[in-house]
Write a protein that binds this ligand. Structure first.
Ligand code: FAD
Length: 481
C-alpha cells in the first residue's frame, strides 16, 4: 500500500525526513501538493508568495520527474483531497513535515485523528526548524519571551543532523493518480507586476542551494559588518527559500560549520555566528507563534491593544507608504524595492515599519497585511514578530519610544546613497548631503538635480519632529489608561 507524502512548506528532496521515511517504508511513494487557501484562514498566500510557489512547484515537479516520479498537484479542502487520494491509491500511510501556524496545527490535528481512526499510518516530522517550539522551555517550564536567553538555551542543545540526500530512484505506484498542471493553480498574476522578480530569484531547491553556496563563499565572514547596509548584497537572501522549505535550517547550520572547519575557525567565524543567530530569530518567531497563537492579529503585550492610532481619511497616508511616495527617501526606496522584487532589506523593513506605526500612527496590522501580500518570503511567524518588535508591542521588542529617524537611518546605513539612488532614481542627481532629506536642499541644487518637490518627488507626508512628538504623546496616553 503506497505512502503519500503531503508536501506543504517543505518543497525539497534532500534532508527531508518525511520523504526519507516514506522511501524506507519500502512501498510506492506518491508526493502530493494541495493548494488549500481556505485552511490558511485570514492568511491565504499573497500575490508575491503565489508567484514564488508557482516556480517552486514547477522546479520540484521537474526534479521528481527526473527521478521517474511524479508530483501530484490538487486544489481544495486538504482533508477531502487526501481522503480521495487514499481511496484511489489504496494508500497505507500518509507522512508530512510539521507546520506551526495556529490554524494549520488545528487542521493537521483533525486530519491525523480522523485518518488514524480509519486505520491509516499517519506520521509527521520536523523539517523546518532546528528546535521545535514544544522542545524548548525556560527553567520555569515556560516559553521564552526574550531572544538572548532563548538562543543561548538552543545553542546548548544538540543541533539536528542533516538527513539523507534526494532519493535516487522513485518507488512508483502501479498507476499514478490524476494531477493538475502547476499552471492550473493560476498562481501567477494576471497583470505581470512580477516581471522583475525573475531577475532576482531562482525559486526551488537548486536555487536555494546556489544561494547558500554563494553566501558561504565569502559574504558570510563579513556578515556582521555588512548586514545593515541595504546598498550592498551583504545578507544571504535565503528567506523565501527557507519559508517554502526549499532548504532546511539544519543544512544551513551544517554549511556554516563546514565553512568554519575549512578555515580553521571552528566552529564558525564571527560573521557566521551572527548569521546563525539570525536563523535563531526565525526559530524564536516560530517559538512565539506556537506558544502565543493570538499574536498574528493581537499584540503580545495586551496593554497595546488600545493604542490610540491616528485617523487616515481616504487611506491617503497608507497609500503613500505602500507606493513609496512618503517624501522620505529611505522609506520610499524600501517600499519600492519591496514592490519590484518581493523582498526588502531587514534594516529598511525596520525603518519603514517604524515609519508606518509611529510617524503615520497607523496600526501595525495594516503594514503586516501589505507585507503579507507583497513579500516573497511572507511568513506568518517572522512577519508577526517583525511588526510587533518594531511597534514595541511584542516579545523582546524595541521600546516604543525608540522611534527610527528616517533621515538619520538613511545617512548612517546608506551614506553613499547607493540604495536610494537605485530605487528612487528621480533623486539620483542630488548630492549625498541632501539625498536623504531633499527638502533641505537649496532651490538651485534641486533645480540642478532635476528634483521638483511636490512635482516629480513628494514633499514629506509628515514632519518628522511633529510626528515624533505626536507618537510619544499617544504613548503617554496609552500608559495613563
Ligand atoms: P539574513 O540576514 O541572511 O538571515 C538569514 C535568515 O535568518 C533569513 O533568511 C531569515 O529566515 C532569518 N531571519 C533573519 N532575520 C530575521 C528576523 N528578524 N526575524 C525572523 N527571521 C529572521 N522575515 C521573513 O522571513 N518573512 C517575513 O514575513 C518577515 N517580515 C518582517 C517584517 C518586519 C517588519 C521586519 C522588521 C522583519 C521581517 N522579517 C521577515 C525578518 C527579516 O527582515 C528577513 O528575514 C530578512 O530580511 C531576510 O533576508 P535574508 O534572507 O537575506 O536574511
Amino acid at each position: 500500500a503506497p505512502t503519500i507524502v503531503w508536501l506543504r512548506q517543505d518543497l525539497r528532496l534532500q534532508d527531508h525526513a518525511a520523504l526519507a521515511a516514506a522511501v524506507d517504508r519500502g512501498e510506492a511513494v506518491v508526493p502530493v501538493y494541495i493548494l488549500d487557501d481556505a485552511a490558511e484562514g485570514a492568511w491565504a498566500m499573497g500575490g508575491a508568495s503565489r508567484w514564488w510557489l508557482h516556480h517552486s512547484l514547477t522546479a520540484l515537479a521537474a526534479a521528481i520527474q527526473e527521478r521517474s516520479g511524479r508530483l501530484i498537484v490538487r486544489q481544495g479542502n486538504s482533508a477531502e483531497v487526501l481522503g480521495q487520494l487514499i481511496k484511489e491509491l489504496g494508500a497505507g500511510a500518509l507522512y508530512w513535515t510539521r507546520r506551526y501556524e495556529p490554524a494549520i496545527i488545528e487542521r493537521d490535528k483533525h486530519i491525523k485523528e480522523a485518518l488514524t481512526r480509519d486505520g491509516l499510518e499517519v506520521r509527521s516530522f520536523n523539517g523546518a526548524l532546528l528546535h521545535e517550539p514544544h522542545t524548548v522551555q525556560n527553567k520555569q517550564g515556560k516559553p521564552f519571551q526574550v531572544f538572548t536567553p532563548y538562543w543561548r538555551h538552543c545553542l546548548d542543545m544538540d543541533q539536528p543532523k542533516v538527513g539523507p540526500g534526494a532519493p535516487k530512484e522513485w518507488p512508483r505506484p502501479g498507476q499514478w493518480p490524476d494531477s493538475l498542471e502547476v499552471a492550473d493553480l493560476k498562481l501567477l498574476p494576471k497583470l505581470d507586476w512580477a516581471d522583475g522578480f525573475g531577475d532576482r530569484w531562482t525559486p526551488g531547491e537548486a536555487g536555494a542551494q546556489a544561494a547558500l553556496r554563494e553566501f558561504m563563499g565569502d559574504a558570510v565572514d563579513d556578515y556582521d559588518g555588512q548586514r545593515d547596509f541595504p546598498g550592498v548584497h551583504g545578507t544571504s537572501r535565503l528567506s523565501p527559500h527557507l519559508h517554502f522549505g526549499e532548504i532546511s535550517p539544519a543544512q544551513i547550520w551544517a554549511a556554516a560549520e563546514e565553512k568554519g572547519r575549512s578555515r580553521g575557525v571552528f566552529p564558525t567565524s564571527k560573521g557566521a555566528r551572527v548569521f546563525l543567530s539570525e536563523v535563531g530569530w526565525r526559530e524564536f518567531a516560530y517559538h512565539l507563534i506556537y506558544h502565543f497563537p493570538h499574536t498574528p492579529t493581537q499584540p503580545l503585550r495586551e496593554e497595546f491593544a488600545d493604542f490610540p492610532w491616528a485617523d487616515d481619511p481616504g487611506g491617503h497616508k497608507l497609500k503613500a507608504w505602500q507606493r513609496g511616495q512618503t517624501g522620505y527617501p529611505i522609506v520610499d526606496a524600501g517600499m519600492r524595492e519591496l514592490w519590484a522584487t518581493g523582498w526588502m532589506h531587514n534594516r529598511v523593513r525596520m525603518v519603514v515599519a517604524s515609519f508606518l506605526v509611529k510617524h503615520l500612527r497607523r496600526p501595525w496590522q495594516k503594514g503586516a497585511e501589505w507585507f503579507w501580500d507583497t513579500l516573497v518570503d511572507a511568513d506568518l511567524a517572522a512577519n508577526t514578530l517583525g511588526w510587533q518588535w518594531t511597534s514595541g508591542c511584542g516579545a523582546d521588542a524595541a521600546p516604543y519610544f525608540r522611534i527610527f529617524a528616517p533621515v538619520l537611518q538613511g545617512n548612517k546605513f546608506d551614506g553613499d546613497g547607493d540604495y536610494v539612488r537605485r530605487w528612487v532614481p528621480e533623486l539620483a542627481k542630488l548630492p549625498d548631503k541632501y539625498l536623504q532629506a531633499p527638502w533641505e536642499a537649496p532651490a538651485e541644487v534641486l533645480e540642478y538635480a532635476g528634483v521638483d518637490l511636490g512635482g516629480n518627488y513628494p514633499e514629506p507626508v509628515v514632519d518628522h519632529k511633529q510626528a515624533r512628538d505626536a507618537a510619544l504623546a499617544a504613548y503617554q496616553e496609552l500608559k495613563k489608561n
